[in-house]
Design a protein around this ligand. Sequence first.
Ligand code: FES
Length: 585
Amino acid sequence: MKENSIAQEAKGACGECGLRSRVWFAGEGTAGFNHRANLKAGGHLGEMFDGRPVIGIANSASDLVPCNSGLTELAEWAVRGVLESGGFPLVFPTMSIGDSIMRPSGMMYRNLMSMELEELARSNPIDGLVLLTGCDNTAPAYVMGAASTGLPTMMIHAGPMLSGNWRAQVLASGTDVYRLNDQARMGDLDASDLDQAEYGISRSVGTCNTMGTACTMGAVLEAMGLSLMGTANIPAVDARKKAAAQRTGRRIVELVRDRIGIADILTPAAFYNGARTNAAMGGGTNTTAHLVAIAGRLGVPFTIDDMEKHSRDVPLLANVKPSGEYLMEDFYNAGGQAALMKAMGELLDTSAPTVSGRTIGEEIASARIWDPNIIATPDRPFSTAPALAVLRGNLAPRGAIIKATAADPRLLDHRGKAVVFESIEDLDARLDSDELEVDADSVLVLRGIGPRSYPGAPELGNIKIPRKLLEQGVTDIIRISDGRMSGTAFGTVVLQITPEAAVGGPLSLIRNGDIIHLDVANRRLDVELTDDELELRRREWSPAEDTTSRGFRRLYIDHVLQADEGFDFDFLRGSSGAPPMLRRP
Ligand code: FES
């Protein structure tokens, strides 16, 4: 096991077995007695303390996060697997993050959740981790925390909810939310229609049923070797999900015995495969920040430019919304993750390890595509447009991101006049106004939704089409911001402009009528202003007053890094390797 972490602590406590849990349970004095006696209150057999690996099963289930609320049942199946392999399973709850519910943004709490996971693992007798994840930020949060511990780790992803259905229409999470609400804004649907559509679009527990951030992260982390192959995208309520959890429980015990830590799996080759699989799936834009943040915890060199470089020659092979036509359940039935990766063939590093003990190549060797309308091969892809482009220019010196497969090709090289909104409140007040001076060639500019100005950089970057343009039949327009957008959203949307406006990035200097040039082929985002003019405006600029006085929000604002550094906290990068709390004061 790579020893950069709390896994090292066990050496002193149990030189041969390497189990951290022996620090707690092997003692002969009052401490050992007390630790064993305390857990025996849970009814555990005495043999559970005989030196077998203790597996912490981290459960992010919550009534506030229906995406994850099936995980408690999966935890029971993981427990079975751990017992079958001779381990000692202990399920523990953590906070959860519901991305469509939490305000101001689930992303604001990703780092907090990662800290909680790390600290619970660090302060308790845990030798290996099973991570039960689901909604968008829960998977990266857990993996970031586990990465900082270095412990042997496996992930089980909740999987997508059932495909939506209403009035004989298939409904897609997120993607159809925007469409249905545009219909309501146009007066074509009333409140009662929307009430029924809400049930139709969310028919079961599980994550969004499109290739949004949740399913993307489940699939990408599986492609990186952290889950058993083919398990992430099993629908949440499918019986096979339970079997996957049981197999995971069995395997994690072996990983601990073999001393295979998370850093042995999440190698540079894993990040390479993750970036390329994300591109082939048409994965969401949030993947970039999450992978950069996870890499930062592990000390693996991986930047937004690596994400773009690894993605560039990978065609779109999954015909799944929002980039395609089908839903995740269809994708799974068409062969799923393994079939897609088998189709990718030489586009992957098939020698990369996985938690199964076999390589990626061995894991996908027997996979097949069962429906070529849903999973393609590189010689006949669904699109060759870049899934992800990292833009630079005088408007984005440290980068910006566009998901080109979700954009209108007509707008990928476009000049237009800026229509500037100072904040989300300003946008809400004026977007649908008859007085708004906007046409189909305009570029909507929204600032003040970056990580510091609107903690978490909420998914508000896919600004709605102004009502007056909707009435003209306009379906897409360029939108640029320092925020993020949901992986289920679509449109010609430039996101995560870095540095954000609140810290004086050039986005803060744009005025109505400035000409903005988006040129995706050349990876450019520029405002057609001279350096002198930009400098003049910079001297006139001053930051908005910061009135946040206390609490986690204060911590967040003080320590969050910009998008190009994965929105992690400056003090969380790397692994701390601090000793566990051996004695209570
Ligand atoms: Fe939780 Fe989409 S809101 S996965």
